[in-house]
Design a protein around this ligand. Structure first.
Ligand code: KG4
Ligand code: ZN
Length: 343
C-alpha cells in the first residue's frame, strides 16, 4: 500500500456539521479549506452541566443560517457559486443532525447541485487532509472524542478497519465526567488539561482499564475511581493534582493500546484525531511514540480536531469526486456504519 494519492471534487463545496453541540459551516475547494466557521453552544449547555438534546437542536436552528452566511463571505464565495452540499448525517443526536441535513437538502434542491451525507467519524479520521496529502498508508489512527474512542486502520480513503474500541465510556466523556466531579463545569477536557499543567500526575493512583486486552479500552472503572477519590478526599483534594492524575490515566490507557496496535499491525504512519486530540499531553505522547518507531505522526491542528464542518467537506470532496451522491431521502442515523468488522 502506498501513499494517499487522493483526488478531490473540483468545485466549491458547502459543508455543514450539526451532530452535537457545535453548529459549523465550511467552504472547501478540492482539499483546500477556504473557511471554517464554528458556533459553539457550550455556554448554553454549561448551565445544565451537559448537553440537553432538545435545546441543542433549537440552538442549531437559530445558528445555522448566520453560520453559513459567515462561511460564504469569509471564503469570498456567493451561494450561487456552490457546486455541492456536504452534511453530517450520522452518528449524533437525531434532532441536532436533522437541522443540518434539512438545511443541506433545501440548499442542494434550490441550487440544483449534488448532496452528500457524510459519517462524522470519517470526517474526524480524514481531518488531516486539510494540512497534509502525503500521509503514508496504512495509517493507524486513534480517534478520541466525546462519544468515541477507537483505534482505526486507514487502509485507503473509505477503507477503514476497526482495530479496537472502548467497551463503555469514551475518553472525552471521561474527561468531562471527571471535570464535573471536580466542579470544573462542562465541557471539562480543556479545563482538566489546563489545570493538569501545574499538577502532579503521580499524586493519586487511578486505574488503567482492561490492561490485559491488546486493543480494547475501558474507562468506566476510572470514572468510578474518580468519584471515590472526590468523596474520600473531599476538601483536602488537590484539584490540579487530581486533574493531572486523571489525564495521566487516560493518556496511559490510550497510549498502551496504540503501542500494541503499532507493534502488531506495522502501519506506515500514526494519526490522532477527534476533540480529545486537542489535548497537549496526549499530542506530545503520540508524537513521542511515532519518534520511537520511526513513523510520521499526523495530528490536525486544534481547529480541525474538535467538531467542525471543514472535516466533513474534506471527506465529502473525495467521495463526490468518485461520483457518490445522496438523494433527498437521505436520513439521519444515531450510529456510524463506517467500519468493516474486526479481523
Ligand atoms: O470531537 P468533539 O469535538 O465532539 C464529539 O464528536 O464528541 O470532542 C469533544 C470532546 C469533549 O469530551 C471535550 O471535553 C474533549 O473533546 N476535549 C478535550 C480537550 N478539548 C476538547 N479533552 C481533553 N483535552 C482537551 N484539550
Ligand atoms: Zn466529533
Amino acid at each position: 500500500m502506498g501513499s494517499l494519492m487522493a483526488s478531490f471534487f473540483p468545485g466549491h463545496i458547502l459543508a455543514i456539521e450539526s451532530s452535537c453541540d457545535e453548529t459549523s459551516a465550511a467552504v472547501i475547494l478540492e482539499n483546500k479549506v477556504l473557511s471554517n466557521i464554528i458556533s459553539s453552544q457550550v455556554a448554553m449547555h454549561e448551565q445544565w452541566g451537559g448537553i440537553v438534546p432538545e435545546a441543542a437542536a433549537r440552538a442549531h436552528i437559530e445558528a445555522i443560517l448566520p453560520v453559513i452566511q459567515t462561511a460564504l463571505s469569509k471564503a469570498h464565495v456567493v451561494l450561487s457559486a456552490i457546486q455541492a452540499l456536504a452534511v453530517t448525517s450520522r452518528p449524533g443526536l437525531v434532532g441536532a443532525l436533522s437541522v443540518g441535513v434539512t438545511t443541506a437538502k433545501t440548499l442542494a434542491q434550490t441550487l440544483g447541485v449534488p448532496l452528500l451525507g457524510v459519517d462524522h467519524l470519517e470526517g474526524h479520521l480524514l481531518a488531516f487532509l486539510a494540512e497534509n496529502l502525503d500521509a503514508p498508508l496504512p495509517m493507524l489512527s486513534l480517534l478520541v472524542s466525546g462519544g468515541h474512542s477507537e483505534l482505526v486502520l486507514i487502509r485507503g480513503l473509505g477503507d477503514y478497519q476497526l482495530v479496537g474500541q472502548t467497551r463503555d465510556d469514551a475518553a472525552g466523556e471521561t474527561f468531562d465526567k471527571g471535570a464535573r466531579l471536580l466542579g470544573l463545569g462542562y465541557p471539562g477536557g480543556r479545563k482538566v488539561s489546563e489545570l493538569a499543567e501545574t499538577g502532579n500526575p503521580k499524586r493519586y493512583a487511578l486505574p488503567r482499564g482492561l490492561a490485559k486486552e491488546r486493543y480494547d479500552l475501558s474507562f468506566s472503572g476510572l470514572k468510578t475511581a474518580m468519584l471515590r477519590l472526590v468523596e474520600s478526599e473531599s476538601t483536602n483534594l488537590n484539584v490540579p493534582d487530581a486533574c493531572a492524575s486523571l489525564q495521566a490515566a487516560i493518556c496511559d490507557s490510550l497510549l498502551s493500546k496504540l503501542k500494541n496496535a503499532v507493534e502488531d499491525l506495522s502501519p506506515r504512519s500514526i494519526g490522532l484525531c477527534g476533540g480529545v486530540a486537542a489535548n497537549a499531553e496526549l499530542r506530545n505522547q503520540v508524537i513521542a511514540l511515532g519518534q520511537r518507531y520511526g513513523l510520521p505522526v499526523l495530528i490536525p491542528s486544534s481547529e480541525f480536531c474538535t467538531d467542525n464542518a471543514a472535516m466533513i467537506g474534506l471527506a465529502a470532496s473525495y467521495r463526490l469526486n468518485r461520483g457518490e451522491r445522496s438523494d433527498l431521502t437521505l436520513e439521519v442515523q444515531p450510529n456510524s456504519n463506517l467500519f468493516s468488522l474486526k479481523p
